[in-house]
Structure formats: C-alpha cells, structure tokens
Design a protein around this ligand. Structure first.
Ligand SMILES: Nc1ncnc2c1ncn2[C@@H]1O[C@H](COP(=O)(O)OP(=O)(O)OP(=O)(O)O)[C@@H](O)[C@H]1O
Ligand SMILES: [Mg+2]
Length: 353
C-alpha cells in the first residue's frame, strides 16, 4: 500500500530514501520477475540537530547528504519513495457502516474527523479498504492522516536534492512491505514488527499480510546515548562506541551494561504496555512472534531482554533474506547492523510507481 502518489506515470522502480533522525539510508533494487537484487545501498550520518522532534531543521545540509549518497553510489534513477512517521502521522484501522466505495470517498473527511486530533484543514487524509470480507456488514478501512506540513518538509528536501518525490509512505507500511517480500507470512500468523530507531520505536502488528495496528514508543537509540553520557560524561563518538560494546575500559564494563540494561528494561516495559493495549482494545489476538529491526535493535542484551519478558519468539528481521545483496555492496559496519538500519529503505525501494 502506498499513500500520496504525487506523480502519475508508468510503473517503475523507485529509489527508497529513509530519512531517519540519525542517518539517511538509501536503497535501490532491481526486479527480475519475482526476484530482487540490491543495486545500491548507501548511508549518510546526520548531525544531531538535523531533525529535531520529527521536524527537519537543517534542510539544505540534509539535501546535500542525500545528493551525495546518490552520487557516491552512482544511482541514476532519481524517482524517490520516502516515508514519514511520528506524532504528526496517524494510522488507524477503523470500522464503518457498510457503504459503497463512492459513498466512502464522499464521507471519508467527515468520518476522519472523529479519529484525528488535528485540524482537518492541516492534514492529508487517505485510506485503504481492507481486503478481508466484512463479517458483520461493517466496512474495515485503514485510515491514514498526516500533517501537510510534514509531507511538504520531506518532499521539499527530496526536491532540493535534485530528485523527484514520487511516493510518500509511512515507515510502518514500508517495514510491513519488506516483511511480506522476505517472509511470505502464512495468513493467520500474527507478527509484531519492532523498529528501534534513534529517536523512537515503532511497534506494528500484522496478521499474515493484513495490517492490524501501529504505534510509536518514544524510546530509541538516543535514550541509551543520553544515559551513558550522563553517567560517564563522554563524547558523542564514545557513546556510539560504548553502545556497541566497543572501546569500553575494563573498569567501566559492568556499569556500562547496567546503564544499557536499565534503558532496555524501560523499552521492554513500554512494548509490553503497548501489546496489552493492542490486546484489550483492538483485538483479542495472540501475537505469535516478533521481529526486531532499526539500528538500536543491535544494542547488547536488548533482544535477550525482550525474549525473556515476552511470551513468543523474538528474532532479528532480515530485509535481505530474499533480496540478493552482494557482499561488495554492504556499507561499512557489521552486516547485522546494516541489515537493521536498512529495513525501511528496502521496504520503500520495493515500491513501483
Ligand atoms: N550495533 C549497534 N548497537 C547499538 N546501537 C546501535 C548499533 N548500530 C546502530 N545503533 C544505534 O541505532 C540508532 C540508529 O538506528 P536507525 O538508523 O534505525 O535510526 P534512524 O532511522 O536514524 O532513527 P529514527 O527511525 O528514530 O528516526 C542510533 O541511535 C545508533 O546509535
Ligand atoms: Mg528509522
């Protein structure tokens, strides 16, 4: 599923550009039949004040970073799919009285008003009718609303980089897309996808290929950094190393892990609360498994903490399980961290338009 198609044209592969808080990640794929091959993967780290509270503050430097990644990776295709997330985006599965597509198109703005806490003049509203047949004459739709300002922020940066913003997606949908292509999930398997980024964590739940739920949790890699910086008064660079278990002096080892574990415990607690909320308010369904992605999912001990606390298997998501990635194209960093960082970009690069 994709959202605002800004240009109408032939279906062609798009370049996935994931503008994260800590880095821009770019993925370009080639499709041959049902087989995908990575053509290019590139990343540019962003200074901490580039994106603050989900708003792009430093547009020009960000655009230059995007442009540079395209140049370094020799990506010629300039048609881009990017995505947004955070508190100016709302994604909700809602149930409406049975009506025709036409009636729905006419009443969607009015229906949306009940679910969206923003001024409707400030948002773009889109929806998709669920494929599953309604059981009780009700119509199930996924309602998506995003602040126009946010969409404009992201598309203008892509334009500033000399590229064409073709699709603006939602992080959660891009991830779901990457999951479907790499795992071909059985119809009734309820899976939680947890994207632990720098500024926040996205928890999405799907049944087979059907979207059920998504929510943001305001804990991510930054929180680990903050706590470590407070405890040891170290530089940003050192924090990044400490988080990976690198360069830690022997006498600090156990304290570093304690600080990391404390943040992980908070995150686990928030994940449990969100899962409880999902279960009690949305569906009485049991989650069968969880996949972790996002750079901070590699935090030492985090996977074990989640697996120890949750009632189902917790594994790392591999966006390259069925998408061929030549070793020479893997950017710097260990392969697992690269896999974790590029899941959204890969999901976006799977789009055609
Ligand atoms: N091996 C690792 N161990 C611990 N933390 C890591 C590791 N690799 C990356 N990180 C952390 O992951 C975060 C970056 O992950 P990611 O690229 O998924 O975030 P982002 O997309 O930029 O952020 P967001 O999605 O929140 O906007 C940073 O906080 C970084 O310090
Ligand atoms: Mg991210």
């Amino acid at each position: 599923m994709h959202l605002w198609d800004l240009l109408k044209s032939r279906k062609k592969q798009l370049v996935g550009v994931d503008i994260g808080t800590s880095a821009v990640k770019v993925a370009s794929l080639r499709q041959t039949g049902s087989h995908y091959t990575v053509e290019a993967l590139g990343r540019a780290p962003l200074p901490p004040d580039t994106i603050v509270d989900g708003s792009i503050i430093a547009k020009l430097p960000l655009a230059e970073s995007i442009e540079r990644v395209f140049r370094e990776q020799r990506i010629r295709n300039s048609r881009v799919a990017t995505s947004i997330s955070g508190h100016s985006v709302i994604v909700k599965k809602v149930s409406l009285p049975a009506m025709t597509e036409e009636e729905l198109a006419q009443s969607i703005q009015w229906e949306a008003e009940q679910y969206i806490p923003f001024d409707l003049a400030e948002v773009n509203v889109d929806y998709q009718v669920m494929e599953r047949a309604p059981r009780d004459q009700k119509l199930q739709i996924i309602l998506v609303a995003a602040k126009k300002e946010k969409i404009a922020d992201y598309t203008s940066v892509i334009s500033l980089a000399g590229k064409i913003p073709v699709v603006v997606d939602i992080d959660a949908f891009a991830l779901q897309n990457a999951y479907e292509v790499n795992y071909s999930p059985p119809e009734d398997l309820v899976t939680a996808l947890l994207d632990i980024g720098a500024s926040s964590t996205i928890l999405s739940i799907v049944r087979g290929t059907e979207f059920l739920f998504t929510r943001d949790i305001a804990i991510g890699g930054h929180q680990y950094s903050e706590f470590l910086q407070e405890e040891f008064d170290i530089s940003y660079e050192d924090t990044e190393k400490y988080k990976r278990g690198e360069n830690v002096p022997e006498d600090r080892r156990s304290r570093v892990q304690e600080v990391i574990d404390a943040v992980s415990q908070n995150l686990v607690l928030e994940v449990e609360k969100t899962l409880d909320y999902f279960k009690t308010t949305t569906y009485a369904e049991d989650v069968g498994q969880m996949y972790l992605t996002g750079g901070a999912s590699r935090t030492p001990g985090l996977q074990e903490a989640l697996a120890g606390q949750l009632q189902f298997p917790v594994d790392w998501f591999d966006p390259f399980q069925r998408i061929e990635l030549a070793p020479s194209l893997v950017p710097s960093g260990d392969r697992q961290s690269v896999a974790a960082e590029f899941a959204v970009a890969v999901g976006l690069a799977l789009r055609t338009q």
